[in-house]
Write a protein that binds this ligand. Structure first.
Ligand code: SF4
Length: 329
């Protein structure tokens, strides 16, 4: 046990949260579907972006049955701008299982929740504690940072040993009767007080139990993977009010979505350059150049002519949507 009195730490967090916890729409509900949606959205998207999309998305798909009945295209389109589309694909697959195997009622058993597509340890902990108020452990980057400092532990938090240790602590520390507030409190402490570069220890509700002597040096992480610069060239090709787009094939990160067609340097060297776009995705720094191609361009495999009038409704990868909007589409 990391502390002689883990209950005191847990209770202090719950008390602090009842006075200082932030009000988010997903904290006003105990509907497991709404909780699952918020957790999946928040996995790789910032809170301000999710706040702008969450309620609108849930109004479109208020129950698993609604998402199960949607086409893949509708589901992908609804996720545009949130990125990491495999999340909405997994959510749709989970909605289908809930609809087909549980009659549309969200399961309550841990094993059934864990078996849903795209659900990992964190999401299981979130649904069990936030929806059902069950004492389930939960570890995310914020929780890990708090634990590393609270226990003054230098095990890299992204190593297998570090992960195992933090999940063990999370299970030992969880508040037995108010896990809903406790898990929210732990994450919020990491977001607002025990922050990455400048922890506000003087206002920390668990300061008296904290063992960190140099909190700003914690948590320790494994060495970072190098950033790789990558470049690609795409074409903008319009013919008879249609645009040439490539449908992304199975196994692709953007499977089922459309992207502007790619072309080689030799194929684009003599074409007029329309725009240059730079963005980062995971460990890649992407530079993309968009060239104007003639209407007689031959479609390659998976490329098709899409009427311009359909452009607002089809699922397009976000960088493609952005560059097309800038081009006036
Ligand atoms: S006392 Fe400081 S380092 Fe320790 S948990 Fe609180 S904010 Fe983090």
């Amino acid at each position: 046990m990391p502390h002689k009195h883990p209950g005191d730490v847990a209770q202090a967090l719950v008390d602090w949260f009842s006075a200082h916890g932030r009000d988010y729409p997903w904290r006003r509900t105990v509907d497991p579907w709404a909780i699952l949606v918020s957790e999946i959205m928040l996995q790789q998207t910032t809170i301000p972006t999710v706040l702008g999309r969450y309620e609108v998305w849930l109004a479109q798909f208020p129950t698993p049955k609604h998402l199960a009945a949607a086409t893949e295209q509708e589901a992908l389109r609804s996720w545009e701008g949130l990125g990491y589309y495999r999340r909405v694909r997994a959510l749709k697959a989970a909605a289908q299982v809930i609809t087909e195997q549980f009659g549309g009622i969200f399961p309550e058993k841990e094993a059934d929740i864990r078996a849903l597509p795209g659900i990992g340890d964190y999401t299981v902990g979130a649904v069990l504690s936030f929806a059902y108020n069950r004492p389930a452990p939960l570890v995310d980057a914020n929780v890990s940072r708090v634990f590393a400092r609270l226990f003054n532990d230098r095990t890299p938090i992204d190593s297998p040993t570090g992960r195992k240790l933090h999940w063990k602590w999370a299970a030992e520390m969880v508040h037995p009767t108010n896990p809903r507030s406790y898990n929210s409190a732990l994450m919020e402490l990491g977001q607002t007080i025990c922050t990455g570069s400048a922890p506000k220890c003087l206002t920390c509700p668990i300061r008296q139990w904290c063992r960190a002597d140099k909190p700003e040096e914690l948590p320790v992480k494994l060495p970072k993977k190098e950033i790789t610069a990558t470049e690609h060239r795409d074409i903008l090709c319009i013919r008879e009010n249609c645009i040439l787009l490539e449908k992304q094939s199975a196994g692709n990160r953007h499977e089922g979505m459309f992207r502007l067609p790619k072309r080689s340097k030799a194929e684009t060297d003599t074409l007029p350059l329309l725009a240059t776009q730079k963005y980062s995705i995971t460990r890649y720094k992407v530079t993309r150049r968009l060239y104007q191609a003639g209407g007689n361009t031959r479609p390659k495999e998976n490329e098709q002519w899409i009427p311009l009038a359909e452009l607002p409704n089809i699922p397009l990868a976000s960088p493609d949507r952005k560059i097309l909007v800038k081009q006036g589409f």
